[in-house]
Design a protein around this ligand. Structure first.
Ligand code: MG
Ligand code: MG
Length: 265
């Protein structure tokens, strides 16, 4: 069932999503060689709770049993998504995708950003740049009158043109009272296919793109998803509302990128 959101609901979704941008900006200040993803998780959880929200990932049930133990997913290098924060220090040249979910005033935010750790190679920089571009290419298509497949096609096309793998098993989704609502938003598909996009449809678009194969496997912890060829993968995600002419992006990378710009001057 797809629920279109009222303007009032969209504003509540925006609040939940803007808190993620602020949380990730706090983490951006800390990300450097030697820091562990567990340390980042602790900071994120405190920051989210201090702002009156709940981290939606914490306790999220796993279909194989158990629940996610942390407030953010931290996926390093060949990990694509759902990495559990751990005590392994990040190293110079790593990348870490930090996916974050919040629930605030009954609405869920969902956004992800892939961060460089120290100095990364030109090859990996290009992967990050292309994946982020693909996200915005998808968002450009998220307007009234287009179809869901237009979003999927734009993302797939942009990434495969660079020879990258587009992960199939995990997809974007509707957002609202629940973190994952209908419809599913794949990062691959055909132009002109799928549901018609209507005003007030709120979705998360989240390309998960690998430098090599699109094939993945699940780690023994039943959470972490890794590329089969162990090549690095990137993941960027915005939540947005479909509008006429131009989507309204509800999450924000502005504060994150301000921190990154200051850091790399
Ligand atoms: Mg997410
Ligand atoms: Mg999501």
């Amino acid at each position: 069932m797809i629920y279109l959101k009222t303007d009032e609901e969209v504003e509540l979704l925006r609040e939940a999503n803007l808190l993620i941008g602020k949380t990730l900006a706090e983490l951006a200040k800390l990300i450097k060689p030697g820091v562990t993803t567990k340390q980042l998780d602790k900071v994120a959880e405190e920051f989210i709770r201090d702002h009156g929200a709940e981290p939606t990932f914490k306790g999220f049930p796993n279909p194989y049993g158990g629940a996610f133990p942390a407030s953010i997913c931290t996926s390093v290098n060949e990990q694509v998504v759902h990495g559990i924060p751990n005590d392994v220090p990040l190293q110079d040249g790593d990348i870490v995708s930090i996916d974050c979910g919040t629930r605030l005033n009954g609405f869920c935010g969902d956004s992800c950003y892939t961060f460089p750790v120290g100095e990364i190679s030109a090859e990996v920089k290009k992967l990050l740049k292309t994946t982020k571009e693909a996200l915005y290419k998808g968002i450009e298509q998220a307007v009234v009158g287009h179809r869901l497949g237009d979003i999927s096609y734009a993302i797939q096309q942009h990434c495969e043109a660079q020879g990258y793998g587009v992960v199939r098993e995990f997809v974007g989704h509707g957002v609202g009272h629940e973190m994952h609502e209908d419809p599913q938003v794949p990062n691959y598909g055909r132009r002109g296919n799928g549901i018609l996009l209507k005003n007030g449809l709120c979705i998360a678009i989240e390309p998960m793109i690998s430098m090599g194969t699109k094939d993945i496997y699940m780690q023994e912890d039943r959470w972490g998803i890794v590329t089969r060829d162990k090549k690095p993968a990137a993941h960027y995600e915005h939540s947005l509302c479909v509008r006429k002419g131009k989507a309204d992006i509800l999450s924000s990378f502005d504060e994150i990128e301000k921190v990154l710009a200051d850091k790399f001057i």
